[in-house]
Design a protein around this ligand. Structure first.
Ligand code: FAD
Length: 299
């Protein structure tokens, strides 16, 4: 461990120890990480990845923690969160190149103001570009895989590779990165030039729909389960009368049954118990397996 710290300090890379991860997830749940590192550049990230690899320290990348459940005892190893320097994008004609830490909400808003259409559907997804590519985030019938041309990815040895759409192996809310360790440095999206007023109107409609159907003022992680096509997890849970069902401080939302909200200092255990309860009841009643969309990390 000391060698790892020495390497960070030699390269003047900032880190914090025992940082509570609850602060970094939209559920506001989760114990401490041994290390939290927010690299400012590709080069810093490379140093960090190499030092982690050589010291055999486990690590995990987070974005805005909007699809993440961190267990109560936290994460043994290092959490990497791309620094604010990665919260940017550029446009080249009808192509957008966004860095891995770029906010989706901001990206959607700003590219639409530039008269580019294609990213309206991510306007209400409170994550980063990296998290969205990893999860193949989607809404309103569209997903990231529909518009992504390529991504630059740092692998677990610190090599930078370019992966095109097919190499990322996108499926419903999954990509090759969901299980591997690559970190998205930036992603290139194909947009369509459109009428700015028309794009903004579409965005406003999507926002209104979301506000009327989702508990956006509460602490959640969005949909907890993927939908078992052609059924909807929320409908199955609701049919069982589990809407409003609460364990500890975690509750199945009254507004959307596929959302679990942190209403009163919920622990990760509370959420996991609710997840298991919903899975068990849905299996018993409908013989359907519900699979969590959210990633669970830690111990
Ligand atoms: P995190 O939650 O931090 O991480 C999720 C995964 O992405 C982890 O496996 C992590 O390792 C990986 N990851 C993060 N950054 C990187 C990176 N740079 N490189 C590689 N991997 C990375 N999701 C939808 O798909 N559609 C929705 O409509 C939607 N609505 C939501 C509404 C609300 C209110 C909330 C709270 C969440 C919603 N989500 C939705 C879930 C979530 O916002 C998305 O999955 C989002 O893309 C996750 O991004 P993140 O940066 O928060 O990733």
């Amino acid at each position: 461990m000391q060698d790892f710290i020495n390497r960070l300090e030699k390269h003047e890379i900032e880190y914090t120890k025992n940082e509570l991860l609850a602060k970094y997830t939209t559920w506001r749940i989760g114990g401490p990480a041994d290390f939290l590192i927010c690299p400012k550049s590709d080069l810093e990230l490379q140093v960090v990845i190499n030092a982690l690899h050589e010291n055999q320290i486990p690590w995990f990348t987070i974005g805005k923690g909007s699809n993440l459940l961190v267990k109560d005892n936290g994460f043994r190893g290092a959490i990497i969160k791309l620094g604010k320097e990665f919260d940017t994008f550029t446009t080249e004609g009808d192509v957008v190149i966004a860095k891995g830490g770029c906010s989706l909400v901001k990206l959607s808003l700003l590219v639409s103001k530039a008269g580019l259409s294609g990213l309206e559907f991510v306007g209400g997804i409170p994550g980063t570009v990296g998290g969205a590519v990893c999860m193949n985030a989607g809404a309103h019938g569209q997903s990231i895989s529909d518009i992504l041309i390529k991504a630059r990815v740092m692998d677990e040895r610190g090599n930078i590779i370019t992966m095109n759409n097919s190499e990322l192996n996108f499926t419903y809310r999954r990509s090759v990165l969901t299980k591997s360790k690559g970190i998205i440095l930036d992603a290139t999206f194909q947009m369509v030039e459109g009428d700015q007023q028309h794009i903004s109107t579409k965005q406003a409609e999507l926002k209104e729909y979301r506000m009327s159907t989702q508990p956006l003022k509460e602490r959640s992680c969005g949909s907890v389960f993927t939908n078992p096509y052609p059924k909807h997890s929320g409908q199955l849970i609701e049919q069982l009368g589990l809407k409003g069902y609460q364990i500890g401080g975690a509750r199945i939302s009254d507004k959307h049954s596929n959302f679990i909200v942190n209403v009163d200092n919920a622990t990760a255990d509370d959420v996991l118990n609710l997840i298991q309860t919903a899975q068990k009841r849905v299996k018993e009643e409908f013989n359907i397996d519900l699979h969590p969309e959210v990633k669970v990390i830690g111990e």
